[in-house]
Design a protein around this ligand. Structure first.
Ligand code: GUN
Ligand code: ZN
Length: 429
């Protein structure tokens, strides 16, 4: 039987990329008090009037409805180390993160961790994600299976790391290739899942492993690739020592054939203009992770320079380096990072990078990121405010940007009233 849902609320999405600094942007589509019609998991139409009785009506009048957020870089096993004190990247990995990831060799831990992580993502209003599990094949299997159960769009892959990691967290080139091929054959393109060749970062892969990863990408251009790049100054120095032949950190990946239109590179703080031009040429994107960059003291991402070079930028929590799965908190941090450089990030630019912008950068615009008819119904219903301070701020806000900016800055998962994935309600307060 056809499932027909009609959900009313204040619909907000984007029809184009908002220009930098533009508060009155023609790219913003705001349709207050409209009905969003969902038929068999897909957005069928948006209309001002209530539909006929063949549609089940769900009235969220006075609430905001947005496409589900897309987190383009997050680590599922790192809920166990979120908010760990006192270290920068390399110490943080050795002290907290690697020991926690070792636990994911255990299938029971991998399964329980994947379920907890995906339910938490949805409960924060994030319905799609690009995810690092661990080096263990079983952790990728568990994550894909849990995403399939929830009908989620998920991009992930077994982490590749064959050096500079402790026992229990290293693979080798031959076994890693075998595992990748098996995972790709079973998960890539199944339901809403896609495989990402997942190089942890240059220091933890030998040149032979990077070359193997590059071969996988070359064989199948529908595969994604995810990694970290130029996050921390000590890390950049280490990469220069390990790969003296490369022009830059990014060049290590370019030489291995890892930069293409489906490459997602987290951070990119310590890049130069040549690197940014290489990213544009490849069509690769930066997953900007401001919460993580502040928490680990990594640096301030130059979004304007990336934009000027034509490199795509999407938003990412990078939990557990980042301190929240909330895209609100992530975007609020992104604003502050830009403010430190004297720049002004509009709510439009920020929200676009967490919805339509991320979808476009992932070549998934046909499926997610907007409330356009034909897209899958991944959407979230939000209160405009949670608590008396935000309520008061909303009362006095004038104009749409002022209101949405305050919502983005003051809000978090407490504002989430309901989340739909593929037309199915997966979270309700
Ligand atoms: N670089 C290599 N691994 C990681 C990780 O797990 N988190 C972050 N933020 N950076 C990394
Ligand atoms: Zn990361």
């Amino acid at each position: 039987m056809t499932q027909r849902l009609a959900i009313r609320g204040d619909l907000l999405d984007f029809t184009a990329e908002p220009a930098w600094g533009e508060v009155d942007s023609p790219a913003v589509r705001f349709r207050p008090g409209h009905w969003l019609l969902v038929e068999d998991g897909r957005i069928a139409a948006v209309q001002p009037d209530a539909p006929d009785a063949s549609w089940q009506r769900i009235d969220h009048a006075g609430r905001l409805i947005l496409p589900g957020f897309i987190d383009t870089h997050v680590h599922s096993p790192q809920l166990d180390v979120i908010a760990s004190y006192g270290t920068e990247l390399l110490d943080w990995l050795n002290t907290y993160t690697f020991p926690a990831e070792r636990r994911y060799a255990d299938p029971a831990q991998a399964e329980a961790g994947a379920a907890l992580f995906l339910d938490a993502l949805i409960a924060h209003g994030t319905t799609s994600a690009v995810v690092f599990p661990t080096v263990h094949k079983v952790s990728a299997d568990a994550l894909f299976a849990a995403a399939a159960e929830r009908g989620m769009r998920l991009i992930a892959g077994k982490v590749l790391m064959d050096r500079h990691a402790p026992d229990g967290l290293r693979d080798d080139v031959v076994q890693a290739e075998r595992d990748c091929r098996d995972l790709i054959s079973r998960w890539h393109g199944r339901d809403r899942l896609a495989y990402a060749v997942t190089v942890r970062f240059a220091p933890t892969s030998t040149p032979e492993q990077l070359a193997m990863a590059g071969r996988l990408c070359a064989e199948d251009p529908t595969l994604y690739m995810q990694t970290h790049v130029a996050e921390n100054r000590d890390e950049v120095r280490w990469v220069r020592e390990l790969f003296p032949e490369a022009r830059s950190y990014l060049d290590v990946y370019a030489r291995a054939g890892l930069l293409h239109a489906r490459s997602v590179l987290a951070h990119g703080i310590w890049l130069d203009d040549t690197d940014r031009a290489v990213l544009r040429e490849a069509g690769a994107q930066i997953a900007h992770s401001p919460s993580s960059n502040l928490f680990l003291g990594s640096g301030l991402f130059d979004w304007r320079a990336a934009e000027a070079a034509g490199a795509a930028v999407s938003m990412a929590s990078d939990v557990g380096g980042g301190t929240s799965l909330s895209m609100h908190r992530t975007l609020a941090d992104a604003y502050k990072v830009q403010a430190m450089a004297g720049e002004r990030l509009t709510a439009w630019k920020a929200l676009h990078a967490a919805t339509r912008g991320a979808a476009r950068a992932l070549s998934l615009e046909h499926e997610i990121g907007t409330l356009e008819a034909g897209r899958l119904a991944d959407l979230c219903v939000w209160d405009w405010a949670a608590g008396p301070v935000a309520e008061r701020r909303m009362e006095v806000a004038r104009g749409l940007h002022e209101k949405v900016f305050a919502w983005m800055t003051l809000g978090d998962e407490r504002c989430l009233a309901a989340a739909y994935v593929n037309g199915v309600q997966r979270h309700r307060r």
